[in-house]
Each structure stands twice: as structure tokens, then as C-alpha cells.
Design a protein around this ligand. Structure first.
Ligand code: ACO
Length: 334
């Protein structure tokens, strides 16, 4: 049985960092950032709060929208590359915060493609009948791993969380679609590990454990080859999107909305062009939040449902690429 998204939620820190704020920190300008990325401002999580706090807030909102009590969740999947700590899994901390003890809880690491990977895993659990109420969260606190002296990366990222609740189609009473074909129609997942070095945090793991010298060399921050990632993102997000359409026998015209990973406006324009989809079909909020990695799609989905940019019954295409590189797509009838 197909999994259906029956509730969505998001959580964004209150603190706004604008491009003007960044102009005071590094040699950059609002004009450069807007022209090259489309980002105008991003949210930064306050000290004392961590990924699990944002994730739990988004999760509560998603559960409320779904009409599912957190205690009814039997599986929590958290996609993140910025968990509270290396272990235990951020998902177990979220589980405790929700008071949803006893079910399965684990993290999944596929960087900016993480939400698509996690959605695919949740869908598989539901289809197999192993779990009936699955929470899928994308959360990132990238501000904690951003080098605020590196203008190549610090202008791109932001913090946030988004969540969805999945249930088997027949139990999808909270948001009845009245359509036989609703739910997650397909997911396509890919990776090319030969490109891992274009985007990584070199230190702090078992390859290069934390030491005074790694901290001194600023190796605990995001390092990126922007040009290579740009090319890989356009090519592969388009390929995964077209694979989703082809697998479902759907033409680009039939897609109501595309919710892409909110990496960069120019990347999204390139994907639109390659897929033969007008940019007007793409939901965009990267100007407000920057790139929130695995949180960007569920945040955008929740916002789009709230504002009416997408509605029940719409055919929604999601696509993302991130570090690894890992990428994928999902085609969903809401
Ligand atoms: N402000 C001003 N100048 C800057 C800045 C900045 N913030 N950052 C870089 N520059 C300079 C560079 O130093 C360079 O100067 P130089 O010519 O004197 O050497 C010049 O601008 C051009 O740099 P490029 O790297 O060629 O700029 P480009 O047009 O490629 O844009 C960008 C850079 C925005 C990072 C682009 O490569 C990109 O979008 N890449 C994708 C990266 C991405 O989205 N990463 C997120 C994670 S992965 C994902 O989500 C898909």
C-alpha cells in the first residue's frame, strides 16, 4: 500500500541574518549574493538550542496537521548532517522530546538529498507494513559548521527543520484526497561517491579526529568546490526529475508544482530548463531561508500547503542533490 503524506510542519529560528549583515562580516555584497544565489536572508539558530529542538518543533506541527498523536508514531527518521552530537542519533533525542518512546528512531545522512532518501525509506517501511505512522524530518543547523570567514560558503546556508507524517493510504483520513492515485508514487535515489571531495567537512570524524591542529586549520567547517557542485546539481537533479516522470508515464505538463531543494536560484533555473518545465511551476523560498540542506524540501512543502501554492490532489515533483554526491527525486500526489 502506498504511503501518503497526511501532515506537514516546519520550524525556523526567529533570528534573521540578512545579506547586509554578511557585508559586515566578509568581503561580499547584497548584489553579488542575490545575483549568484538568489538568497536575501537566512535564519540562524540561537545558542543553547540544537537540531533536535528544531526537529521536535517541526514534528509537533506535522503531527498536529496529521491528527496523529506523537505517541502513535512507530518510526522516526531524521535526515541531518548537523545532529546534536555524533551519537546517539538525533532521532532518539527527537523521540524523547516528543514523548513518543518505544518505536524505531534513526538518522540518515545524505546531506541535501537527505529528505528524499528519508522519504523513500519511510515509504518503503509503510509499503512493507512494518510501520504505520512514520515521521520523516529534515533538519539542519548549518550555521554551526559554517566558516563565517569564508565568503565562498557562508552566504549560502541557513538553519531550519521540516517534517512530514506518512501513513498507509487507507488510513489517510486526516487529509482525504478522494483520489485513487494519491500518495508517494515513486522515489529515485542515486549517488556518485567519486565526487565526495567537492563538498565535505574534513575533520571531526574517524579519518581526521578532532585535535587542536584540525581546529586551528578550520577543518571542522564546510569546504566546497562550488563550480563542480553547481554543474553536478543541475545535471543530476534534472536527470532524477525526468526519471520520475518517465517511470510514472507523466508529462512535464501534468506536474502541478516542483518543490526542488532550495540550493540556489541559478541551479533551479538550470533544472527547469533541462526538464522543459517553466520556472513558474517551481516553488521558491530560498530568498528567505537560504540553503537549509535536508530541511529545505519539507519546509517548502509545508509553506506551499499553508499558502495554497499546492493543494490536496496536486501532483508534486521533488528533487535534490547534495554532498556525496547523492541525489534523487520523488513524485507525490498530495
Ligand atoms: N561575495 C563576493 N565575491 C565572491 C563570493 C561572495 N560571497 N564568493 C565568491 N566570490 C568571488 C570568488 O572569489 C571569485 O573571485 P575571483 O574571480 O576573483 O577568483 C568570483 O566571486 C567568482 O567565483 P565563482 O566561484 O566562479 O562564482 P560562481 O559564479 O561559480 O558562484 C557559487 C559561486 C554561488 C557558490 C556557485 O558556484 C554555486 O551556486 N555553486 C553551487 C554550490 C551550492 O549550492 N552548494 C550548496 C550545497 S550543495 C547543494 O545544495 C546543491
Amino acid at each position: 500500500m502506498r504511503a501518503q503524506i497526511v501532515g506537514t510542519g516546519r520550524a525556523l529560528p526567529a533570528r534573521v541574518m540578512t545579506n547586509a549583515d554578511l557585508e559586515k562580516m566578509v568581503a561580499t555584497s547584497d548584489a553579488w549574493i542575490v545575483e549568484r544565489t538568489g538568497v536575501k536572508e537566512r535564519r540562524i539558530l540561537e545558542a543553547g538550542r540544537a537540531a533536535s529542538d528544531l526537529a521536535a518543533e517541526a514534528a509537533r506541527n506535522a503531527c498536529r496537521a496529521a491528527g496523529v498523536a506523537p505517541q502513535e508514531l512507530d518510526c522516526i527518521i531524521v535526515s541531518t548532517v548537523t545532529p546534536d552530537m555524533p551519537f546517539p542519533a538525533c532521532a532518539t533525542l527527537v523521540q524523547e522530546k516528543l514523548g513518543a518512546l518505544g518505536g524505531a528512531a534513526f538518522d540518515l545522512s545524505a546531506a541535501c538529498a537527505g529528505f528524499i532518501y528519508a522519504l523513500s525509506a519511510g515509504d518503503a517501511f509503510v509499503q512493507k507494513g512494518q510501520f504505520r505512522r512514520v515521521l520523516v524530518v529534515g533538519v539542519e543547523v548549518l550555521s554551526r559548521v559554517t566558516d563565517w570567514t569564508d565568503r565562498n560558503t557562508c552566504v549560502l546556508f541557513g538553519d531550519g527543520a521540516g517534517a512530514v507524517v506518512l501513513v498507509p493510504g487507507a488510513a489517510a483520513s486526516a487529509r482525504p484526497t478522494g483520489r485513487g492515485d494519491s500518495g508517494i508514487l515513486s522515489t529515485h535515489l542515486y549517488a556518485d561517491g567519486s565526487a565526495w571531495s567537492h563538498l565535505c567537512i574534513p575533520a571531526g570524524g574517524s579519518a581526521l579526529p578532532a585535535s587542536a591542529s584540525t581546529v586551528e586549520a578550520r577543518q571542522h567547517y564546510v569546504k566546497m568546490n562550488g563550480r563542480e557542485i553547481y554543474k553536478l546539481a543541475v545535471r543530476n537533479m534534472a536527470q532524477a526529475s525526468l526519471a520520475a516522470l518517465e517511470a510514472n508515464g507523466v508529462s512535464p505538463d501534468a506536474v502541478d508544482k516542483v518543490i526542488p531543494h532550495q540550493a540556489n536560484l541559478r541551479i533551479i533555473e538550470g533544472v527547469a530548463q533541462r526538464c522543459g518545465l517553466p520556472l513558474s511551476k517551481f516553488y521558491l523560498n530560498l530568498a528567505d531561508y537560504g540553503n537549509t540542506s535536508s530541511a529545505s524540501i519539507p519546509i517548502a512543502l509545508d509553506e506551499a500547503l499553508e499558502t495554497g501554492a499546492v493543494k490536496t490532489g496536486d501532483l508534486v515533483l521533488m528533487c535534490a542533490l547534495g554532498a556525496g554526491v547523492s541525489w534523487g527525486s520523488a513524485l507525490v500526489r498530495l
